[in-house]
Ligand binder design. Structure first.
Ligand SMILES: C[S@@+](CC[C@H](N)C(=O)[O-])C[C@H]1O[C@@H](n2cnc3c(N)ncnc32)[C@H](O)[C@@H]1O
Length: 673
């Protein structure tokens, strides 16, 4: 089979579960029929080779070979606590084929279907259930029957079943107790586990109804054993497609071929001969040394799939991604559609538009960390490349809504920086929120109370690393724009602290008046910037942060100063810098001043705006504008002031309009913004 074929096959392989870490029989219903793990291991290790006793694995190999299976003479099947059964090279491999299993030894529902002649029939009361329960459920029932039959050693697959892991050693989340499940809190698997358990319960109930109807004793098929069979299938079954073409796909067990463990870097080939057999070949068999473990490659699987299906995870899994589900409110989506925002020519950032034609509601979407082997998403804006296009498109739509921008007025090949910035804020806010339920662990743990917790922790921490990595990437851009000191030369994010510093430098007398207004109205002192920052961020005005109101006053004053300068009645103290005027020019272009005034607290204005009386009408109009601008464009930013975490209210401000360099920050890598 060619590599691409193999990849496809693996991709569609059914999901699987766990191994025989400790094969004690945890099933409550009486004495275990099969030997316990300790018993097996005792047999595997202390076997007296001359006594004629046969260990379970020897019995398996004997059964396999005498029934047409092939196992390379250069390999051994070994058992260890950490790897369960696995395959090792005894010596250099003479051939690429490790094991080949004939179709006649496979186990699936098909063995119960006496109308077919592809695989041998088994005699069982379950034959009555064919066509009455889904095929995969019938396979679970057959497995349970084989495992729990009173004369199990006379059953067709006894040597194989005797080497399968027991319920007590299952480590998929279907076997997690409440303590173990806590470790999944905040991860996507928390929900998927409960969905899967619900589905299994439903299937079990339906199977019970059918068993009762056809007169099969349902006691054998307890939920515990049903769940065991489902885990065996998810952790080691293949799909039938390539070996039994022309039939609907179903899970099928290939004894012995399924004994190889997974390595994401193993180079293997799956060699299917339709209606005959299936062999596993090691492509680099020449480089295998005696004693090496021989691995299969279950395909590039993420840890959620590995944990849920197989009960283990790979540390630093190179293909790990973070599944996200984010949807627009259906009414917003409908409105956006009617504005043609789902047309390929309206997709921003040069993103791939294929998501428009796929049913994105069905397909999982993933955040991808830097250096991911699948590559990242195409996006003109480097720091958006870890986020899937459909999700970025959603943030973009919401950004236009927030800014009240008509999509028809935006050229998607030159999106204004303020829109990109709003999109960035929304993306950061959403990712930040999602990441809060998955905090990064302060230190790496090395010991765990049980295997389930070990793998759940590897999964959880891998997920946390990705979402916090993406969050940090976005945050770094915001942080790089955040401005604290000096004279800004480019777009910046400022709080009122820095904006007031500019006012002080450029309009000292207006600043002094404003400063006393702050003291009078809020009791905050501007003599120390740090003290002011800490005080203002802890104050509320009405139900809102007081800093919002300060911004309104400040922008009102700045607009008045700007308009008076325009009309030639005032000039900035510090002449050429005039950052304040540049900011006003930019804000006016974003939000033109209104022609009417709204209600306001005139007395309050008086405290902040020097010369308010003489320019009453102008000030009131300026305040109306400032109120709208702040409500639309100001945003909260969490940061540390004097060792405390506080929330500042900030503005993104460019200096003037038509500055071609204003959007440079959007196309630089996050670290270089
Ligand atoms: C197809 S079986 C492989 C044979 C298995 N070791 C056994 O004892 O039967 C898949 C199971 O092996 C275990 N396994 C496979 N690869 C593993 C790995 N890299 N690390 C830990 N366990 C692994 C998991 O329990 C998984 O559910």
């Amino acid at each position: 089979m060619h590599a691409s074929h193999r990849w496809q096959f693996w991709k569609s392989l059914t999901k699987l579960g766990t191994l025989h870490r400790s094969r004690q029989d945890s099933v409550k219903s009486g004495t275990p029929i099969m030997p316990s793990v300790d018993h097996i291991r005792a047999q595997e290790s202390t076997q007296d080779r001359d006594s004629g006793d046969v260990s379970p694995v020897e019995r398996l190999v004997h059964w396999f070979k005498t029934n047409g299976g092939e196992l390379s003479p250069d390999v051994d099947i070994a058992f260890s606590e950490s790897s369960g059964y696995h395959c090792r090279a005894k010596r250099r491999l003479g051939s690429a084929v490790v094991a080949k299993c004939p179709l006649s030894l496979t186990l699936s529902y098909l063995n119960l279907d006496h109308a077919q002649s592809i695989v041998p029939h088994v005699e069982s009361p379950l034959v009555e259930c064919v066509g009455q329960v889904p095929n995969h459920v019938l396979t679970y029932l057959l497995l349970v029957e084989q495992r729990r039959h009173p004369n199990q050693d006379r059953m067709k697959w006894y040597p194989y079943i005797a080497c399968l892991p027991e319920p007590g050693s299952m480590t998929t989340p279907l076997w997690f107790d409440n303590e173990d499940l806590k470790c999944l809190t905040g991860t996507n698997l928390a929900r998927e586990t409960s969905v899967k358990l619900d589905q299994l319960t439903k299937e079990w109930n339906q199977a019970n109804n059918v068993l009762e109807r056809v007169g099969v004793n349902a006691e054998t098929y307890s939920f515990e054993w049903f769940r065991w069979a489902a885990t065996i299938i998810s952790s080691r079954a293949f799909i039938s497609t390539h070996v039994i073409p022309g039939k609907d796909t179903f899970p099928i067990l290939f004894p012995v071929v399924d004994i190889l463990n997974h390595s994401p870097i193993a180079k293997v080939e799956w060699d299917f001969h339709p209606l005959q057999d299936f062999a596993i070949r090691i492509l680099n068999h020449d480089s295998i040394r005696p004693g090496d473990e021989l691995y299969n490659n279950y395909a590039p699987k993420q840890n959620d799939e590995l944990l849920l299906g197989y009960g283990f995870c790979v540390s630093d899994n190179p293909v790990e991604q973070f599944a996200i589900k984010m949807r627009l409110d259906p009414r917003i989506e409908q409105a956006a559609r009617s504005l043609n925002m789902f047309e390929p020519n309206n997709i921003p950032f040069e993103m791939d538009t294929s998501f428009l034609s796929s049913d994105s509601k069905e397909e999982p979407e993933y955040l991808r960390p830097k250096g991911h082997p699948f590559g990242r998403y195409v996006n003109r804006v480097p720091f958006f490349r870890g986020i899937p296009p459909s999700v970025m498109h959603m943030f973009y739509i919401r950004a236009l809504m927030n800014l009240n921008v008509n999509p028809a007025s935006v050229k998607v090949d030159s999106i204004p920086p303020r829109i990109v910035f709003e999109t960035l804020l929304l993306a950061h806010e959403a990712i930040q929120k999602r990441s809060e339920s998955l905090p990064l662990s302060p230190e790496q743990r090395h010991t765990f109370p049980n295997v389930k917790l070990k793998y759940a922790t590897i999964y959880r921490e891998g997920q946390a690393k990705i979402i916090h990595g993406i969050r940090a990437e976005l945050k770094a851009v915001i942080a790089a724009l955040r401005f604290y000191d000096g004279v800004p030369q480019h777009p910046v994010i400022v709080s009122t602290t820095e904006a007031l510093a500019r006012l002080s430098a450029e309009f000292p007398s207006h600043y002094s008046h404003f400063k006393s207004g702050l003291e009078q109205q809020y009791g905050v002192d501007l003599t120390s910037c740090t003290q002011y920052s800490a005080d203002i961020s802890s104050l509320e005005a009405g139900e809102q942060p007081a800093e919002l109101s300060v911004w309104k006053m400040l922008l009102c004053l700045c607009l008045v100063l700007y308009q008076k300068n325009e009309s030639g009645t005032t000039q900035a103290h510090n002449g050429p810098q005039q950052v304040v005027y540049g900011w006003m020019e930019y804000l006016i272009s974003e939000h033109p001043p209104p022609t009417r005034t709204a209600d306001m607290d005139a007395e309050m204005l008086q405290d902040f705006i020097l010369g308010w009386k003489e320019n009453e009408e102008m000030v009131e109009r300026a305040y109306t504008w400032a109120d709208e601008v702040v409500n639309r464009l100001a945003f909260p930013l969490d940061e540390e002031v004097a060792g405390e975490d506080v929330q500042r209210i900030c503005m993104y401000l460019e200096i003037g309009v038509g500055d071609d360099a204003a959007g440079e920050w959007m196309y630089r890598d996050a670290e270089k913004v």
